[in-house]
Design a protein around this ligand. Structure first.
Ligand code: NAD
Ligand code: UD1
Length: 345
């Protein structure tokens, strides 16, 4: 590869999932060539056709598990990617409490295998999906990247363990170019209505639950507590449109192309939104009512969490552009046009 022609192929682990699939669209738009590697444990192969529809070309797809070193090695040999976006992982907090070993094995074990293979294949650029969960219950908001890290559940522990693994790796070997992007609360869908979030079973997260109430799949939302120390008593979060989030990944690839090192960067809007504000915004966007009842707090929940997003602006030249109405309108378009997600009608 000539120095003036950087390798445009990007291996996207977990690329059939919610965020990874949207990342493929943004990668194509920026002139990269995503190659998806996913075991489909929480996604559907049909998403690849949808990426093709939306982006004008579908990515190559290899079905496989990141814990399978041989399968990964074969992918590196045949596609020769220059960088990896690593989305593959399990993410359900409740399940992680019931099955902590599975989460360690899949998320941390899988990442170790991936890193070993990358090292052997001479690929040292990695964008990793971290999470604001590494801040646990924050001492103050907005949260900067210097805030103390602490895990409050086994899922969060896997993100913390992987961040530490990546710190050790970059300290030992100066060739690595790594970014841990700490997502706040990704929501929304591609504006075409052809791609979006398709959670299996009952949604754990607020936005997909609201969308399913609005479309009539569920009767009412349960609001988990209205006695928090927040303006209306309900939990406050930093919701970020998935298209903004994935644009941040493409900008990060450019940062990594410029030099070695390790970056820890928040991706959020810097604005907190309460559960009731979200309900109101979704009603306005959809024209549907979202009935709700207030119930007890969800164990392990925190009152408020939003990002200081200034480092992303400084390092990446990135800021979130899409507002709350856009997040709701795009989610609604996806939900309305695909009431059963990617499942066959
Ligand atoms: P998702 O479940 O939709 O996508 C993850 C994908 O990884 C799925 O397609 C799944 O099949 C695949 N996968 C899981 N284990 C695998 C394995 N061992 N081998 C190969 N593929 C495997 O989740 P998402 O919302 O797109 O999240 C992507 C990443 O971002 C995850 O690492 C998640 O922890 C992180 N993250 C997500 C959020 C969020 O709210 N969605 C917030 C913070 C961080
Ligand atoms: C959850 C995860 C967290 C993950 C984040 C982003 C838990 C305990 N934490 O956090 O690890 O990083 O998603 O994916 O699952 N709410 C309701 N009713 C609902 C659902 C949610 O009132 O049916 C409220 C919650 O109490 C919270 C807000 O809505 O105040 C957002 O909840 P959710 O979407 O689950 O995100 P997080 O709590 O930030």
């Amino acid at each position: 590869m000539k120095p003036n022609h950087p390798n445009r192929k990007v291996l996207v682990t977990g690329g059939a999932g919610y965020i990874g699939s949207h990342a493929c669209v943004s990668l194509f738009a920026a002139g990269y060539q995503p190659v998806v590697f996913d075991n489909l444990c929480n996604s559907h192969a049909r998403v690849l056709e949808r990426i093709g529809e939306v982006a004008g070309q579908a990515p190559d797809f290899i079905e496989g598990d990141i814990r399978d070193a041989q399968a990964l090695e074969a992918v590196f040999r045949s596609f020769e990617p220059g960088a990896v976006m690593h989305f593959a992982g399990l993410k359900a907090v409740g399940e992680s409490v019931e099955r902590p070993h599975l989460y360690q094995d899949n998320n941390v074990g899988g990442t170790r295998v991936l890193l070993d293979v990358m090292q052997r294949m001479g690929v040292h650029s990695l964008v990793f999906s971290s999470s604001a969960t590494v801040y646990g219950d924050p001492d103050e908001v907005p949260i900067t990247e210097h805030a103390p890290r602490r895990a409050t559940n086994p899922y969060g522990q896997t993100k913390l363990d992987i961040e530490r693994l990546l710190e050790t790796l970059t300290a030992k070997d100066a060739r690595w170019r790594i970014a841990c992007l700490r997502y706040f609360n990704p929501v929304g869908a591609h504006p075409s209505g052809r791609m979006g979030e398709d959670p299996a079973g009952t949604p754990n997260n607020l936005m997909p639950f609201i969308a399913q109430v609005a479309v009539g799949r569920r009767e009412r939302l349960q609001v988990f507590g209205n006695d928090y120390d927040t303006p209306d008593g309900t939990g406050v979060r930093d919701y970020i449109h998935v298209m903004d989030l994935v644009q941040g990944h493409v900008d990060t690839l450019r940062l990594l192309e410029a030099g070695a090192g390790l970056h820890m960067i928040n991706l959020g809007t810097g604005r907190g939104v309460s559960v009731l504000e979200m309900v109101n915004a979704f009603e306005a966007a959809s024209g549907r009512r979202v009935p709700y009842e207030v119930v007890a707090r969800r164990p392990g929940d925190i009152a408020a969490c939003w990002a200081d997003a200034s480092l992303a602006r400084e390092r990446l030249g990135w800021t979130a552009e899409r507002d709350l109405p856009a997040m709701c309108v795009d989610t609604w378009r996806w939900q309305q046009q695909n009431p059963r997600g990617y499942a066959e009608d």
